[in-house]
Design a protein around this ligand. Sequence first.
Ligand SMILES: O=c1ccn([C@@H]2O[C@H](COP(=O)(O)O)[C@@H](O)[C@H]2O)c(=O)[nH]1
Length: 237
Amino acid sequence: MLHRPTGPKGRLIVALDTPRLDQAEALAGQVAPSAGLVKLGLELFCAAGPPALARLAAHAPVFLDLKLHDIPNTVAGAVGSLAPLGASMLTLHAGGGPAMITAARKAAEAAGPARPILLAVTVLTSMDAEQLGAVGVAGGPAQQVLRLARMAMAAGADGLVCSPREVSLIRDALGEAPMLVVPGIRPVGSAAGDQARIATPEDAVAAGADWIVVGRPITEAASPAAAAAAITASLGR
Ligand SMILES: O=c1ccn([C@@H]2O[C@H](COP(=O)(O)O)[C@@H](O)[C@H]2O)c(=O)[nH]1
């Protein structure tokens, strides 16, 4: 089981969002010297399936970001199927509720000590107050993130996915216990694209992020290797 970032590759997770496994492997090879993990998400997993995990794991530990969200029995079954694949981290939506998260934790523990860390996704970083309001959540992202963060940790999550805007709020409320994995990262000058709640790598880590997740600012750069190296260097290790 992977814990806090300690190695020379720092706190960077590179999101390999492509449907092509050959491209993802090439990118993984380029960024691996500067990345603690690579992220295998829905796009690639839907296209290439479980074999993608072993292929990427040859380059770096893998964060399997499938954001599971279903009834407890179904999520527990999915975690049971995924846990032996060897991912270091696995996501599920906090919005699935405490029973779903507890069932996922039990299923992960049944896989033994090498189980993946379970991260609960609070409010997607693409959502602003207006988007949240449209799904019936009033009060804005910060309030909802904190509500879900407390619930998810009490239900058995090992950590949380949140935007950089909520990191210090969660640290103030829950301390150092939750591993915080933070997408919505944009180096100065990068396009936000569909991300709504963003900050720079430096600001996210200064606020208390354990890991930052960066996709397009690296994968669409002229040199992904150089872009990843620059981010890791900017964080001081
Ligand atoms: O709230 C969330 C949860 C997950 N993600 C994932 O992170 C990366 C971000 O990619 P960028 O290209 O840097 O925007 C992507 O794979 C998402 O699925 C997130 O952005 N927000």
